[in-house]
Design a protein around this ligand. Structure first.
Ligand code: BGC
Length: 807
């Protein structure tokens, strides 16, 4: 892969937290925000380190109520490395002439130059700064860090100090700081954030300090060891200080015109969740002791990244390509091959910040279809996270008086419902009831991913065991939740919330929930249909054993068949209604609100602060009905509607798209993505506007400050899939790849390679209106491809270029 960088010039405290998120380094096991090691946490800086799946539960009192929340834990900060210059010590004055000045900080005006570069190929963050202290001493600092992609327990920080025309001493403190809390999200400031306790610190070897502590409720033991070494200089003094919650390594180094001084900090992290260790502390100390120097670590880290990039090639020229590579980098840092060894789900905000508490939502729907075609073992692990929590989902259904599996809207450690019961509207300062847990459609997202994964990987072992069990239990929940309504002669699913979170109740209703959410019902019908198909295709002994185990019989399957044909989909004025009664809600004065407030993405907050409610209006946060056009091709969608006894012609779909386009505020980053995808597939000129919104959602922080609290992983992965499946029209059919490229003039050239079943690296390249397909040499069977009504068979080691018809 050629040089690829993402950089920032100059230092801007107001932008710092955003940059920290976007410059996070991680390896799937843990990640650390791109915070400045010399700065203490404060308004501009928030150094956060998060290990995948490391959660803790705390109670807090807000608005007179006790609430319990489970959060991904901000682990001890391994970054601290502060420094200051001082006069050289002499025998008569060991403290060094004048007293040292303050520790250097970018916020105190001593910064002369600043540049920070994220090297995506190498997986490093490099900061270069020139500064001048109060005594007029100038220093150039070049600092590079990595979070090791090969050895997921290691990180390293190399800092090179050059004195410009003076000689003296440099005082450096390298620390592990356990005195941290979860305080990265302002909205959560009233909540208890103290997740760590029982700290112990110590020093070992001549150059290593360590720190261990435990999470207060989940009792996860966390251990870090930091080795700090100096190259090209001999320290005049070294102190290892084990404090209450911080372990510090203090050094004084001679520095002068004869060349730079280099300090290398190498850190190992282990937790009691790790396999193959005796205890985290000894594992961390042993690992750091064995680690090579920075150059050796960088070489093995780069090699690991090189291998990873080969598995996820995506080339798009221009600015869109740059952003896509950054997205790919962050997706791979959150969900890497190491994830395959972990019991974790897809964290909606990456491992990049504390928003949404590190919870797992339906966002995997936007992530797995991309991963399936590159890192199928990671997709399998992410689905296994759901499978291990199937029992919990079945208990949740039972508690709600239902059968089957009711997966939680927000999932964390054990798969119970983690959605908060109250959320803060920062605009009004009010804590309000949160009903988003009624988004039971999350179950259909899991089912969709099971089917997609099975088709992409051909992993029938998973599909016929864990996959089948999840699919059947989710289908079972829908069949039970659907209630026959004589008046409509239809099954109805009532009291739910769809993807559009703005609508959670009918105006004035005593109970939350809406009826006949079209997205929920159509996807439920799809799940039932796929579950029936899969049940029928299971080898007889497997089917019998599974049916016996989960107590499923032919009678239930008959009900599923019936429900899958007769679920209700509401329409109004020839448009698919988001839910029953959506079309009767008031029309919002969109122009008026835009004129008054400018950005109205969070219309729900604006209206609530005015004493009104978004529930009263035909105004949606994000794609809801239109999600159907994201998940299903027009043919598939028409077939689904037909099965349900409804006609869905092109006109109805087009008017439906236009109707919701005018009534959506895009208060979620997922919204631009879905709209861009749907419009691009429909070959509409306005597609790019929405694709661009999805592309710039994080890099330009379009949701007004939210990226600083963590990236939006679903939207990032979704943009990659927009090229991979959206623009190519790639569908995985029974044993064939179907392609139907849709032109998007702004992204008219691209190249990618995918893993499809046993074929590694099938290449798809779009260039000058022609699509080239190549199948790498192997002993595997030929690949069947369907393109523009033609069927092709490409044996391994061959390629074909096809001119696409002009649109
Ligand atoms: C969106 C949800 C999404 C969640 C986590 C919310 O703003 O409305 O659809 O699952 O963010 O990303």
């Amino acid at each position: 892969m050629p040089e690829r960088t993402w950089s920032y010039e100059g230092y801007d405290p107001a932008q710092e937290r955003l940059r920290e998120s976007l410059c996070t380094l991680g390896n799937g096991y843990f990640a650390t925000r791109g915070a400045a090691p010399e700065e203490a946490a404060g308004s501009a800086h928030y150094p956060g380190t998060y290990a995948a799946g490391c959660y803790n539960r705390l109670t807090s009192t807000v608005s007179g109520r006790t609430v319990e929340n489970e959060d991904i834990v901000n682990l001890p900060n391994w970054l601290p490395l502060r420094f200051r210059a001082r006069d050289a010590a002499s025998d008569s004055d060991p403290d060094g002439g004048t007293a040292p000045g303050p520790w250097f900080s970018a916020d105190d005006g001593s910064l002369l130059e600043y540049r920070q570069v994220l090297d995506l190929r190498q997986g490093t963050l490099t900061r270069r700064m020139r500064l001048c202290d109060v005594q007029g001493r100038r220093i150039t600092v070049v600092q590079r860090r990595l979070v090791h992609m090969g050895d997921p327990h290691l990180a390293a920080l190399r800092t090179e100090f050059t004195a410009e025309g003076w000689a003296g001493e440099l005082e450096v403190e390298s620390a592990l700081d356990g005195d941290v809390t979860n305080s990265g999200v302002d909205r959560y400031r009233d909540l208890n954030g103290r997740h760590l306790g029982r700290w112990h610190t110590g020093a070992t070897d001549p150059d290593t300090v360590w720190l261990e502590c435990r999470t207060t409720a989940s009792d996860i033991l966390i251990a870090m060891a930091a080795r700090t070494r100096v190259t090209r200089s001999i320290p005049t003094s070294v102190r290892l200080v084990a404090g209450d919650r911080t372990a510090t390594h203090a050094l004084r180094l001679p520095i002068g015109p004869d060349g730079p001084v280099v300090v290398e900090k190498t850190v190992a992290l282990h937790t009691s969740r790790d396999p193959a260790i005796s205890d985290p502390l000894h594992a961390a100390i042993g690992r750091v002791r064995r680690a090579g120097d920075f150059a050796a670590l960088l070489a093995s880290h780069e090699a690991a990244w090189e291998r990873l990039w080969q598995r996820a090639e995506l080339e798009v020229p221009g600015e869109a390509g740059e952003v896509l590579r950054l997205h790919l980098f962050h997706v791979l840092q959150t969900l890497s091959p190491h994830t395959a060894d972990l019991d974790v789900g897809v964290p909606a905000r990456g491992l990049h910040g504390e928003a949404y508490r590190g919870h797992v939502f339906w966002d995997e729907l936007f992530v797995l279809p991309f991963l399936n075609l590159h890192l199928p073992e990671v997709s399998r692990a992410l689905l296994s996270y759901r499978y291990r929590r199937l029992g919990q989902a079945c208990r949740a259904a039972t508690a709600a008086g239902r059968t089957g599996a009711m997966y939680p809207w927000q999932s964390g450690s054990d798969g119970r419902e983690e959605t908060q019961t109250l959320h803060l509207n920062p605009r009004s300062g009010r804590w309000l009831p949160d009903h988003s847990r009624l988004q039971h459609h999350v179950g259909s997202a899991i089912a969709y991913n099971v089917v997609q994964y099975g088709q992409a990987s051909g992993d029938t072992e998973f599909l016929h065991t864990a996959g089948a069990e999840m699919l059947l239990q989710i289908a079972r929940f829908w069949a039970d939740k659907a209630v026959w309504d004589k008046e409509y002669s239809r099954y109805r699913i009532r009291g739910v919330v769809g993807p559009d979170e703005y609508h959670d109740a009918y105006p004035g209703a005593a109970e939350p929930g809406l009826d006949d959410n079209a997205y929920t019902n159509v996807t439920a019908a799809w799940v039932l249909t796929r579950a029936l198909e899969l049940a029928a295709s299971l080898p007889a002994p497997r089917r019998q054993a599974l049916f016996e185990r989960i107590g499923l019989d032919a009678g239930e399957l008959k009900l599923w068949e019936d429900v899958s044909h007769r679920l209700r989909v509401p329409f109004h004025r020839g448009i698919i209604s988001q839910f029953e009664g959506y079309g009767d809600l008031a029309e919002l004065d969109w122009d008026g609100y835009r004129a008054r407030h400018g950005d109205i993405r969070r219309l729900d907050r604006i209206l609530e602060a005015e004493g009104d409610t978004v529930n009263a209006y035909q105004a949606s946060k994000q794609a809801d009905v239109l999600m159907l056009g994201y998940l299903f091709s027009p043919t598939e969608l028409a077939t689904l509607f037909q099965r349900l006894g409804y006609g869905l012609d092109d006109d109805t779909w087009r008017t439906t798209v236009d109707y919701y386009l005018r009534r959506t505020s895009h208060g979620s980053t997922l919204s631009g993505l879905v709209h861009g995808w749907v419009l691009a597939r429909a070959r509409r000129a306005d597609a790019w506007k929405y694709c661009q919104e999805a592309l710039t959602g994080d890099v330009a922080d379009l949701q007004g400050g939210t990226t600083a609290e963590g990236i939006h992983l679903g939207a990032m992965a979704g943009t990659l899939d927009l090229v991979q499946r959206g623009l190519t029209g790639l569908e995985l059919r029974e044993d064939e790849l179907s392609l139907d490229p849709a032109p998007l003039p702004e992204v008219s050239e691209y190249g990618l390679s995918i893993r499809y079943r046993s074929h590694w690296g099938i290449g798809l390249t779009m260039h000058a209106g022609s699509l080239s397909i190549s199948v790498p040499p192997s002993d595997e069977p030929p690949v069947r491809i369907r393109l523009a009504g033609r069927s092709l068979t490409l044996p391994p080691g061959t390629s074909r270029t096809l001119q696409l018809p002009m649109e």
